[in-house]
Design a protein around this ligand. Sequence first.
Ligand code: SF4
Length: 267
Amino acid sequence: MKVKKEKKGDDFLNVISLGAGKQSSYMLLRSLENAFKYKPDFAVISDTGCEPKYVYDYLDWLIWYVKDKYNFDIIVVSAGNIMQDTLDYLEGKRSRVAQLPLKLANGGLTTRQCTFDYKIAPLRRYLQEVRNGKRVRLWIGISLDEMERMKESNVKYIEHYYPLVESQTRIDAIVNWFKVNGIKEPGKSACLICPFHSDRYWQRFKKEFPKEFKTACEFDEKIRKYPKLKASAFLSNHRKPLRDIDFSFHPSLFPELIEECDGLCGL
Ligand code: SF4
């Protein structure tokens, strides 16, 4: 995809799509120091309700920091808790839930609907409420090393903007910037129960966040007989119960597919 040239005199609402991971947090913080050619009006994060605790801790800090230092607003929107909604669906308490990209015992993969329902739709609902007829320039934090994930918006009132690609910024430069500037560095942001997690991610959670790993294992057990699927469903690429996998044996067998779920997760 080609990076678009600056449009003179345009009248856009500049909105940062925040995921609270490294790239989008860096993009937000740098934008407030005028590092890019536009200035953001506000940032929006779609909360899927089941990010790891360290993501929420970082987000709380970031909301406070940018308000305190720049009087800048981060708006949190949500369509619910994807994990709880899935459990409610499995228990017959709701008639539909957005499908996670589950791994099937027959080698298949279910169609991913979660990104749209829990990340894109709540963001767009909010933008429609506040844009007041303006088009939206939606800032997306994809670094140069992930530029194949860039794509055009599929709605007319939103134009995607990729300042990190435009400024040729790579992930190692981003990590270094947090260190050099002594600014709190975010971790990877994505739903705790995302089937795109690598062995390395699960291995780290098992060791460093055992309570959250246990929650993911329990969820993994509950999805085994997912309604209307022809084969057993799993969270892991190994198509085995999460609890039984020896991650130390092959920590990088399946590479991480996403660094940050920002509405384009898993692409
Ligand atoms: S992080 Fe994973 S589970 Fe969560 S919305 Fe994105 S693709 Fe779906």
